[in-house]
Design a protein around this ligand. Structure first.
Ligand SMILES: NC(=O)c1ccc[n+]([C@@H]2O[C@H](COP(=O)([O-])OP(=O)(O)OC[C@H]3O[C@@H](n4cnc5c(N)ncnc54)[C@H](OP(=O)(O)O)[C@@H]3O)[C@@H](O)[C@H]2O)c1
Length: 310
């Protein structure tokens, strides 16, 4: 078990939704945190990345910088997603190894798994291709995982990876290209409620099911993995082991935003993968996130409140 008190921890992507939660939780553990922002260091640039790590000489690193968006973004920019996610990951991991970082955690996305409606188990992580709608993102995260393994073999570093499904919460992106299911629905229903609209149209059939995790719980999972998960040969799933249909989610968000009109479904638009739910039994074996869990309704209320105030 690693004690993070007084240790130097460098967080990449410190302005991201998950990065901010990681920083907040590191500070509450009394770690000395270095926040790395895009404006100060382009992680696609090896010299800049190496310089930051050499200067800061952190004990540990959490690599939350990333480059991804929704299905539309994946359709428009697959090459950029693959290149940016992979190169940033390779640069950060190499800089960690060169600067004497003892352990680094990289969050991966469930879309790195093969496309299947079954529970996603870590032992199957290397099987098959990701769903085509998110192929570039899934493959680039897989590449970062494989480099984590190789770097752990060659250098004196433990490079582990956590896997999440959709993370949501304050500071989530509400940009048209980036926003995912929760952000997209919140934005649409708040605007509709304000305008007094009688009908909101959502994409697809509403039948696909999604597993959601609140950003502070995801960050807690990352930090607990940093503290007590050392199996560099396998990523570890972090999730609540339950999912919700997009239709149910839409009705819940409509209710919480005060939208009283109808919801229709444009079935000409793609659904994406029908189901992706993480098996989280290994997470329980390692006693990760045994106590921390934000109920979906509470997490949505906090997210809506943040969006409304910002
Ligand atoms: N959100 C999810 O549902 C989810 C699920 C599973 C895994 N993850 C992973 O968790 C991590 C954080 O996700 P997130 O959704 O909170 O944040 P995000 O939207 O993926 O934000 C990524 C962060 O990376 C920074 N960044 C992008 N390009 C950079 C570059 N070239 N150099 C330096 N920094 C750069 C961004 O800074 P700027 O904004 O200033 O460009 C931002 O702070 C990502 O790796 C993501 O893949 C997310």
């Amino acid at each position: 078990m690693i004690d993070l008190r007084d240790s130097k921890v460098l967080v990449t992507g410190a302005s991201s939704m998950i990065g901010r939660s990681v920083v907040k939780k590191l500070k509450s553990r009394h770690a000395k945190v270095t926040e790395v922002f895009h404006e100060e260091c382009d992680l696609l640039n090896w010299a800049q990345t190496d310089a930051v790590f050499q200067k800061e000489a952190p004990d540990y690193c959490v690599h939350t910088a990333g480059y991804n968006g929704n299905i539309r973004f994946n359709k428009l920019y697959p090459a950029d997603i693959f290149y940016n996610t992979t190169i940033m990951g390779l640069n950060v991991l190499k800089a960690c190894a060169f600067s004497g970082v003892k352990k680094v955690v990289t969050p991966l996305a469930s879309c790195a798994y093969r496309s299947t409606d079954d529970f996603l188990r870590e032992k199957d992580f290397n099987l098959g291709m990701p769903n085509e709608s998110v192929e570039a993102h899934g493959l680039s995260k897989k590449a970062v995982y494989h480099f984590s393994r190789q770097i752990s073999k060659q250098y004196d570093i433990s490079a582990v990876c956590t896997v999440f499904n959709t993370v949501y919460g304050p500071y989530d992106s509400f940009d048209i290209n980036k926003t995912k299911v929760v952000g997209g629905l919140i934005k649409r229903f708040i605007v509709a409620a304000e305008n007094g609209d009688k009908m909101v149209e959502c994409w697809g059939t509403g039948k696909p099911r999604r597993e959601l995790i609140y950003c502070d719980d995801a960050a807690e999972g990352i930090l607990q993995a940093l503290e007590k998960y050392f199996d560099v040969k396998s990523p570890i799933n972090i999730g609540y082991n339950e999912d919700i249909s997009i239709k149910e989610l839409a009705h819940m968000i409509a209710d919480l935003t005060g939208y009283a009109g109808e919801i229709s479904w444009d079935i000409t638009k793609p659904d994406g993968q029908y189901r992706k739910i993480l098996n989280s039994s290994r997470m329980k074996d390692y006693e990760i996130l045994v106590e921390d869990r934000t109920p979906l309704r509470d997490g949505l209320i906090k997210t809506i409140e943040w969006y409304t105030n910002n």
